[in-house]
Design a protein around this ligand. Structure first.
Ligand SMILES: [Mg+2]
Length: 314
């Protein structure tokens, strides 16, 4: 494996010597052969002891792009985007503050965004028992999809979703709603309207004994009309920004978690997450994951596909 240190080579070399890494260290990406893994290190972020983790991963998967970021005391690994001009830093909404990245030369934006690995969250301070999460799309899964819902008087909770949430609760899962709300970027309603509706939905579910831990919203949309919200964003499904945010806020085991949505874009692009669809009004032709017609079917699927618990250790 070859390594490039873009602007902090001396420190990186010292570190590599310390951990006994014998690979070549280059100062320019152009020096690398085409399909070898590359490590970039910037002076902006300090090297961490878990550089060894990156070396291990890169050694196993040399064509894999991985970057490194820190947030809220946890460490997050996911693919970066160092060579793409089509997507600037704003796409990443904070997740792009990466100090160390592996990437293959010549890989396309799509290739890389489509292979976002499950992040390894590490917490240096305490041991956590991570739990699965039931991630739910909002409109069409939790409440009836009335097209750009933004008034609480129009909220109608879907019959049967309370049973689905209660199942997750009994299993001691987190329950989290992830919702794209492009209506904000389109100028159809305000971010505050989304919050009001979200709060109302959470309250309504609570009354049904179906508590939700949190709602994450993406108001960004690249074809919007309101400049504040018009851009491509990692937060917008199918990209995993909202899910990653939830994983920062809650101890979630992505590998044992499920995402339920009623549109193809609800299938979140992150490895090892189990995406499933609830058939509603939208065409699900070409869905790459199981499709169900009611909540009971989903509950049965959960029962059959639950994975055993794991205990997290840093
Ligand atoms: Mg929906």
């Amino acid at each position: 494996m070859d390594i490039v240190a873009t602007d902090d080579g001396k420190r990186l070399r010292e570190y590599l010597d310390k951990i006994g890494f014998a690979g070549e260290l280059h100062s320019d990406v152009k020096e690398l052969s085409k399909d070898r893994a590359v490590l970039l290190s910037t002076a902006k972020y300090p090297l961490k002891y878990d550089l060894q983790y990156f070396l291990n991963v890169a050694g196993q998967e040399p064509a894999r792009l991985i970057c490194y970021a820190e947030n809220k005391g946890q460490k997050l690994y996911w693919p970066g985007n160092t060579q793409d001009e089509s997507l600037d830093d704003s796409f990443y909404d904070g997740f792009y503050d990466a100090g160390i990245r592996f990437f293959p030369k010549g890989s396309s934006v799509e290739d890389r965004l489509n292979s976002i690995p499950t992040p390894e969250f590490k917490n240096e301070n305490f041991h956590i028992r991570k739990k699965p999460a039931l991630f739910l799309d909002r409109d069409g899964v939790v409440n009836e999809d009335t097209a750009y819902l933004h008034k609480i008087r129009d909220v109608r909770i879907c019959a049967g979703v309370d049973k689905l949430i209660q199942f997750a609760r009994r299993e001691n899962w987190h329950v989290i709603i992830l919702t794209n709300q492009s209506g904000v970027a389109r100028g159809m309603f305000e971010a505050d309207d989304v919050k009001t509706v979200n709060d109302f939905i959470m309250g309504s579910l609570l009354k049904l004994d179906a508590a939700v831990d949190a709602v994450y919203t993406c108001n960004f949309f690249d074809k919007g009309t309101i400049s504040r919200w018009t851009k491509k964003s990692l937060m917008r499904k199918p990209w995993p920004g909202m899910l990653l945010s939830a994983c920062h806020d809650f101890p979630i085991d992505i590998e044992r978690s499920f995402m339920v949505g009623d549109k193809l874009v609800d299938a979140i692009k992150i490895e090892r997450l189990c995406n499933i669809h609830l058939k509603g009004v939208y065409d699900l032709e070409g869905a790459g994951c199981p499709v169900f017609h009611d909540y009971d079917g989903i509950i049965d699927f959960f029962k059959k596909n639950q994975k055993g618990s794991t205990i997290y250790t840093p």
